[in-house]
Ligand binder design. Structure first.
Ligand code: FEO
Length: 397
């Protein structure tokens, strides 16, 4: 399927409506995704990226309907991850001598995945490729957005940035352009994508955006590798990334917990009441981790100025749903967020101390040693939770 993006640029990718998990089972994709591949037909014909491996045959057969594959002069591999390079082996069976332009790290990754010695041409920031009709592609390395090999390329005259993973969303839509889709859906997926995938690389995001803006080139569109193309006011997503990459938070406190016999849930709810009683302006959200979508919870943590984490003590430790989420949080490296901890116990009561240690290791500022309640919380224990919530509201300013 071909879709005209602008001038001689066409979208030739794949809309994956069925996708519900990405990166193995690590990332939930409630609204599917797309693998965007672009064909530029000037005096030279250029293919930018391909699609995920399961769609390789479909991709190549569709591409054949659009163009004689032998007319493709250059392949640009902006990123070697399988969702963009997965159809390369199938494509290269058809056009094995076509040069592939990518970063030096891209060559390593592509060779590592496919063990092929294709005609690779390494490019660096500032390198250009003439494609005829007075146009050129300018390459910009973008390491860790999302892998060490990632790069952008910019098409002069059309003023289009092909940004690969950056500025993308896991969002399937036939509309294809940002101004044609439901903005609530779009921004929800944009934030979830940033929070869950790009948070660890925020300092690099900031530097890369500043570097690109300093080039002072006109920008008509951003063609990402996932989701819709930013056609209307493309700088809006760039500006949003500048907010998100600088220790972003809103006036929100998120309480995450798990519970065995409801005691820790009751503590969570009383803490929430105390927070709201002290600060009517703050948004408080509660998530039971064993029955919540992990990636949606991570997005809520991303939005929060602080989190409150609860688990009963079990086997001198914490529940696995809480431990798993804390491991995810540790890897993401959130900055400038506060935390508090709580949980019920029957005899030994290690959970708050363990939660505190794990959160501190994850870079959170934990306000104290936390709150414990013995067995099923009494009215007095619940009053303590309420007061603890008030203290949290005051400390999480
Ligand atoms: Fe969409 Fe890092 O791959």
């Amino acid at each position: 399927m071909r879709f005209i993006v602008k001038g001689n640029i066409s979208w030739v990718g794949k809309i994956d409506w069925e996708l519900r998990k990405f990166h193995g089972d690590e990332y939930s994709t409630h609204k599917g995704s797309t693998y965007n591949s672009y064909l530029i037909e000037e005096e030279k014909v250029v293919l930018i990226d391909t699609v995920w491996a399961p769609f390789a045959d479909e991709f190549v057969e569709n591409l054949k309907k659009e163009i004689d594959l032998s007319r493709i002069d250059y392949i640009i591999a902006n990123h070697a991850e399988i969702d963009h390079s997965g159809a390369l082996p199938r494509l290269m069976e058809e056009i094995p001598n076509t040069p592939i332009y990518c970063t030096a790290n891209g060559i390593k990754s592509l060779k590592g995945h496919y063990h092929k010695d294709w005609d690779f041409h390494p490019v660096k920031t500032g390198d250009t490729l003439e494609i005829g009709n007075g146009k050129q592609l300018i390459f910009v390395e973008a390491p860790m957005l999302h892998w060490p090999d990632s790069m952008f390329c910019y098409l002069t005259d059309d003023n289009v940035l092909f940004s690969n993973d950056a500025f993308g969303q896991h969002y399937a839509s036939e509309k294809m352009f940002n101004d044609l889709v439901d903005p609530c859906e779009l921004w929800t997926e944009c934030m979830k994508y940033y929070a869950n995938i790009l948070t660890p690389f925020s300092p690099l995001v900031k530097r890369k955006i500043e570097e690109f803006v300093s080039l002072n080139v006109p920008l008509d569109m951003i063609c990402t590798s996932h989701g819709v193309i930013w056609r209307k006011d493309p700088l809006q997503i760039v500006n949003k990334y500048m907010e998100w990459c600088q220790a972003y938070s809103e006036n929100q406190i998120t309480i995450i917990y798990d519970t065995m016999w409801d005691g820790t849930r009751r503590m969570a709810e009383e803490i929430a009441k105390g927070i709201v009683d002290e600060n009517k302006d703050v948004t408080v959200k509660l998530f039971k981790l064993s029955s919540s979508d992990k990636n949606d919870v991570i997005t809520e943590i991303f939005r929060s100025k602080g989190i409150v984490v609860g688990s009963p003590t079990i086997n001198k430790g914490i529940l696995t749903s809480v431990a798993g989420t804390l491991e995810e949080i540790r890897g993401l490296g959130f900055r400038n967020k506060k935390a508090a901890v709580f949980g019920t116990y029957g005899w030994s009561g290690e959970s708050p101390a363990m939660l505190k240690r794990m959160l501190e290791e994850a870079g959170f500022k934990v306000m104290d040693d936390g709150l414990k309640a013995l067995w099923n919380p009494t009215d007095a224990a619940l009053e303590e939770c309420f007061q603890y919530g008030k203290k949290i509201a005051m400390e999480f300013t």
